[in-house]
Design a protein around this ligand. Structure first.
Ligand SMILES: *[C@@H]1O[C@H](CO)[C@@H](O)[C@H](O)[C@H]1NC(C)=O
Ligand SMILES: *[C@@H]1O[C@H](CO)[C@@H](O)[C@H](O)[C@H]1NC(C)=O
Length: 202
């Protein structure tokens, strides 16, 4: 199975995302060579840092827009309700090599994208009217897709590897409405706390 590493996400990858949680990212063995169909931008590490900075700038607004859209009791009590969950992002070690940090950042990105994708679908279906939230979710997803594509390019061109860890997102499927909303806000609080660290230390 071939997955495009560059540019627009391949239909296969989109298919994986639409299946939501639990799909391994790709099925190639660890030692399969990675293939690029065109070279990475020469300033790719700068692009990655800029994308992290962009995400960092919008994380808090995303979280606020999310809480407003959920209705009572979320907007007034968001921090109290959502600060003590058990959601854990994959780890990040600021002292790692470039390659280690790219691999860790890639896992974090995939976990967040899978989770956010499920939450976005729920929000779109049940909380239709909030255009502000939907446009913030969409622009975050767009930046994440670009970030991920840049990381894969750099890992392939600079380190001759592609990450193969199977990563799942949160599973929100069995939860009632309140708990779906709560998981969404827990995720976004954790993200808003993590992203400044990533933007600083990557
Ligand atoms: C990085 O720091 C962690 C503790 O924060 C330590 O366990 C690890 O050995 C360090 N790794 C390197 C490569 O220095
Ligand atoms: C991340 O955003 C926060 C507040 O929005 C800001 O104070 C901080 O300097 C930013 N960090 C980086 C590395 O851009």
């Amino acid at each position: 199975i071939e997955i495009e590493l560059l540019g627009i996400l391949s239909p296969l990858l989109i298919l994986h995302w639409e299946h939501g949680t639990g799909s391994p990212l790709c099925n190639t063995p660890d030692n399969a060579p990675c293939v690029l169909d065109h070279p990475c931008a020469s300033n790719i590490m700068t692009q990655i840092r800029n994308q992290l900075a962009q995400l960092n700038r919008s994380a808090k607004d995303l979280f606020i827009a999310f809480s407003k859209a959920q209705g009572k009791p979320f907007p007034s009590d968001m921090r109290k309700i959502c600060s003590h969950g058990f959601i854990k992002f994959p780890p990040f070690h600021a002292n790692g090599t470039e390659k280690d940090k790219l691999v860790e950042l890639h896992s974090i990105t995939v976990f967040f994208v899978f989770s956010l994708d499920d939450i976005t679908k729920f929000q779109k279906t049940f909380i239709r009217k909030d255009q502000n939230l939907h446009s913030k979710l969409k622009s975050t997803m767009d930046i994440l897709a670009g970030l991920r594509s840049n990381m894969l390019c750099r890992l392939c061109s600079g380190h001759n590897m592609r990450p193969t860890d199977p990563i799942s997102g949160l599973d929100i499927s069995q939860k009632d409405w309140f708990h779906k909303k709560k998981l969404g806000c827990e995720l976004l609080i954790k993200y808003a706390r993590l992203i400044p660290v990533l933007a600083r230390d990557f």
